[in-house]
Design a protein. Structure first.
Length: 43
């Protein structure tokens, strides 16, 4: 019983970490494209 609960919370944690790193990557990509856009517009 305890083992099952521990396993469940650990897999949820791993899922959240994957989601967070994916979101972080998306944000970094967005920031880079905004910088490039600004450089083209105002460079």
């Amino acid at each position: 019983m305890t083992f099952k609960n521990n396993f469940k919370s650990e897999s949820n944690q791993g899922f959240l970490n994957r989601e967070n790193s994916w979101l972080l990557g998306e944000l970094i990509d967005l920031k880079l494209s905004l910088i490039n856009y600004a450089r083209v517009q105002f460079g």
